[in-house]
Design a protein around this ligand. Structure first.
Ligand SMILES: O=C(O)CCC(=O)C(=O)O
Ligand SMILES: [Fe+2]
Length: 302
């Protein structure tokens, strides 16, 4: 299971990397299995029904670190959206344009994850998957980001054999050109949650101050103002994941924007001319008194 600090790191970065968690003998087996190809799985198949008992994919998903991370992110029995084997031939093909594996997906209370498994050591020349940390909550339409060639702080995956990476479905990424003499294999499975993604990880450290530090992370490609919006969107996601509707990074920040007064007006402070005439019903749902004005907010301070 993931800790709260690692979960917060996923919420900020949009990815989680588990280095060399698949043993060598399984990596060797994977090269044969992936070269043969994997039969498709119908959309929506619960994971326990997707892969035969004892099959490579089933054993991959049962590795404790993989299973623990998957459960923490999307809960028990997620559905398979699709899976695919990606093969990049030596000196073949072109870099994929930067993309998210989704057309506009504006869910704020749920997300899918993509497991990417690399059975070999991936060197820079082999064109490992490029991704842009912290891009997953900037909602884009699939390859709309394809015009960007390189972004400051981008991550070109270089990893040891047996590495598994989980990506939030919105993360901007793309396979790079393979300039090496070696075929590069990657197996991807996209999972959709079938239970509410709330407190599914090991929450013992939920109030560890490092949770806030992780959620507040800045990335070098962020613009000054829009970068703030990324952190704002993380607060919204953290509220959903924890059920803590009052969580904020800077108070009042998200809190200010969630203000939705109920019908009616507070009785106190209403100008006399606006009061209902005698005999008319008084305000039906008086809203609670508003909180005192903040001493400081991030926007005020900017
Ligand atoms: O080949 C790669 O590294 C990335 C492929 C990809 O974008 C995907 O599987 O969604
Ligand atoms: Fe992709």
């Amino acid at each position: 299971m993931l800790s709260s600090v690692r979960m917060a790191r996923f919420v900020a970065r949009g990815s989680l990397r588990l280095d060399a968690v698949v043993p060598d003998e399984m990596n060797a087996e994977a090269l044969r299995v992936l070269a043969r190809g994997m039969a498709p799985v119908p959309y929506g198949t619960p994971v326990s029904q997707a892969y035969a008992q004892g099959s490579f994919a089933q054993r991959l998903l049962e590795l404790p670190q993989v299973a623990g991370a998957l459960y923490s992110l999307v809960g028990g029995e997620p559905a398979i959206d699709h899976h695919a084997v990606h093969i990049r031939e030596p000196h073949g093909g072109e870099a994929q344009p930067l993309h998210a594996d989704a057309i506009i997906d504006v869910r704020q209370d749920a997300f899918d994850v993509q497991l990417m498994y690399y059975p070999q050591d991936v060197t820079l020349e082999m064109g490992g998957t490029l991704s842009v940390p912290g891009s997953h909550l900037r909602r884009t339409n699939e390859t709309d980001t394809g015009r960007y060639q390189n972004l400051r702080g981008q991550d070109r995956l270089v990893c040891p054999a047996g590495t598994v990476v989980f990506l939030h479905h919105g993360l901007w990424h793309g396979g790079r050109r393979n300039d090496s003499d070696t075929v590069r294999y990657m197996f991807k499975i996209r999972f959709a949650p079938r239970e509410r993604q709330r407190l599914l990880w090991d929450t013992a450290d939920l109030h560890d101050p490092r949770v806030r530090t992780e959620l507040d992370a800045q990335f070098p490609w962020y613009e000054q103002a829009a970068g703030r919006l990324e952190r704002y969107n993380r607060v919204l996601l953290w509220r959903e994941l924890t059920g803590d509707a009052a969580f904020d990074l800077v108070d009042p920040w998200v809190t200010r924007v969630t203000n939705r007064p109920a019908a009616g007006r507070p009785a106190a402070g209403r100008p006399a001319a606006g009061r209902p005439a005698a005999g008319r019903p008084a305000v039906e749902n008086p809203a609670p008194a508003t909180a005192p004005a903040p001493a400081r907010s991030e926007e005020d301070a900017a």
